[in-house]
Ligand binder design. Structure first.
Ligand SMILES: Cc1ncc(C[n+]2csc(CCOP(=O)(O)OP(=O)(O)O)c2C)c(N)n1
Ligand code: SF4
Length: 477
């Protein structure tokens, strides 16, 4: 492999590192810390492989949480342990990006164990840089899953005892037992020779991703002088003498040469394919509501739909999202419910938009559907001025507190019971909403319901409920 020593600062770093506190010429890491060295090798490899403009670095929770201050690439910061999940999302949404999940051992091997194992097992085309410093550095030196036997930390003051705390986990070996990973190597930063090997391994892992070969991970044995209460030279010695003997260095898996470049099938993201696979479409005719007839407030709506579990709150959201997909909108549906089977509270966030959706969370809604009193009280506050509140007055005996919103009051539960089943109260509400907003073509909705409800009698009752809701709005307009 052609190798060139770079003496200048890699381009993939910012020239300086402006941040709230601290000297902008240097990083926030402690003197002698391994993170900065690992950062340098990543930046060098990105330069050499010409990947800077395509790279998204996911920083974790841990001492490296601020990696985004240093790398002049796309940056995201994940919740603790979730970097591989976020990396998966980024890579799948942007298949041409180069995605790096940068993680400490508390992050990757404790709280994030499930995420890393499943990302590796799925063969996500990401590169994981795993900094194993045998401790939780950021929070003051607690025991990590990689803490060595006998090692004293603030939470194992007598030394780690396997009888009590289990044995240190060898993550590289563990992931190497899986079928999918293409390249996994463990390296160390304790001397020049090993640093060069670390530099080459990081380059190789990123090249593996560039060549679309599959999942790669480099585990780096890295010194944490502060957490270990040592000076930097002592900490290097400790890595060499203690860590390397428990965590053997070297390649654990290398299937790069025998692996064909993988391209994930793009059509999987085609909404039409998804809708058909879900059985949501039974007809070929695709109708669209006339968008020019939709009032401004009802374009690109953001919903909060809430009630008791069992009131069809989540289903209402799914139906709306499915209708939006069929009519070529971007959609998001995010459910939230308690652990109870029935009777707990449930709500969902739904966004239907002709623009890209940044986040599925709806914190300020244009439509609030309240199926019961607590839902009205909790969520009407979030409506934008002029937004629409649809309230199921069968279950709400207080008026809305807001006076700057549009309100549709409808006794949906009573109307549904009259039609034949309390279960269709959500359809009464949906009918009312669609009549009011004109967002979705009636045939689109019928198509979705036909896909979901296979029994004719059930479909009939749901269609009646929808019509009853529409009729209510027409009469009370
Ligand atoms: C959900 C959650 N739990 C716990 C924490 C506290 N916390 C912050 S960093 C950290 C451990 C970091 O250790 P490691 O991943 O080894 O990284 P290092 O700091 O050593 O680089 C913990 C437990 C948190 N921020 N979020
Ligand atoms: S606490 Fe340890 S891992 Fe964190 S910056 Fe300091 S030396 Fe590095």
């Amino acid at each position: 492999m052609e190798y060139q020593v770079l003496l200048e600062k890699p381009k993939s770093f910012y020239q300086n590192y402006p941040r709230k506190a601290g000297n902008i010429e240097v990083t926030h890491y402690c003197p002698g810390c391994g993170h900065g060295v690992a950062h340098k090798y990543i930046a060098e490899a990105l330069d050499r492989l010409d990947l800077q403009d395509r790279t998204v670095l996911i920083s974790p929770v841990g001492c490296s949480v601020f990696a985004y201050y240093y790398f002049d690439v796309g940056n995201e910061q994940a919740a603790h342990g979730r970097a591989p999940a976020l990396a998966t999302g980024v890579k799948r949404a942007l298949p041409n990006s180069i995605v790096i999940s940068y993680q400490g051992d508390g992050d990757l091997a404790a709280i994030g164990t499930a995420e890393i194992i499943h990302a590796a097992n799925r063969g996500e085309q990401i590169t994981v840089i795993f900094i194993n410093n045998a401790i939780y550095g950021m929070t003051g030196g607690q025991m990590a899953p990689t803490t060595l036997e006998g090692q004293k930390t603030s939470t194992s003051p007598l030394g780690r005892n396997p009888a009590n705390e289990g044995f240190p986990i060898r993550m590289a070996e563990l992931l190497a037992t899986l079928e999918a990973p293409v390249y996994v190597e463990r390296v160390s930063l304790h001397d020049v020779k090993n640093r060069n090997k670390a530099r080459q391994a990081i380059y190789k892992a990123l090249k593996c991703q560039k060549d679309r070969k599959g999942f790669s991970m480099v585990e780096i044995l890295s010194q944490c002088p502060t957490g270990w209460k040592m000076d930097p030279p002592e900490s290097l010695k400790w890595v060499a003498e203690k860590m390397v003997s428990y965590f053997p260095l070297g390649v654990k898996v290398d299937r790069i040469d025998e692996s064909e470049p993988v391209t994930r099938p793009e059509q999987i993201w085609d909404p039409e394919v998804i809708i058909r696979n879900l059985g949501l479409v039974t007809l070929d005719i695709r109708q669209r509501a006339d968008r020019s007839a939709i009032a401004e407030i009802h374009r690109n709506p953001r919903f909060k739909i809430a009630g008791f579990g069992g009131q069809g709150v989540l289903t209402m959201g799914i139906i709306l999202a499915a209708c939006g997909m069929i009519e070529d909108y971007n959609v998001a549906w995010l459910p939230s419910y308690g652990p109870e089977m029935r009777g707990g509270t449930a709500h969902c966030h739904v966004t239907i938009s002709s623009k890209p959706i940044g986040s599925p969370l709806v914190s300020s809604s244009t439509v609030c559907i309240a199926m019961n009193k607590p839902s009205q009280e909790k969520f009407e506050k979030e409506l934008v001025p002029g937004g629409l509140l649809i309230r199921n007055t069968s279950m709400i005996d207080v008026p809305p507190a807001r006076t700057d919103i549009d309100v549709v009051s409808i006794p949906a539960a009573e109307m549904a019971t009259e039609i034949g089943s309390l279960k269709v109260q959500n359809m009464v509400i949906l009918g009312a909403y669609l009549e009011k907003s004109k967002l979705i073509h009636p045939e689109t909705l019928e198509m979705v319901l036909k896909g979901m409800l296979k029994k004719a009698a059930l479909l009939d009752m749901n269609m009646k409920a929808l019509e009853a809701g529409r009729e209510h709005v027409r009469k009370n307009a």
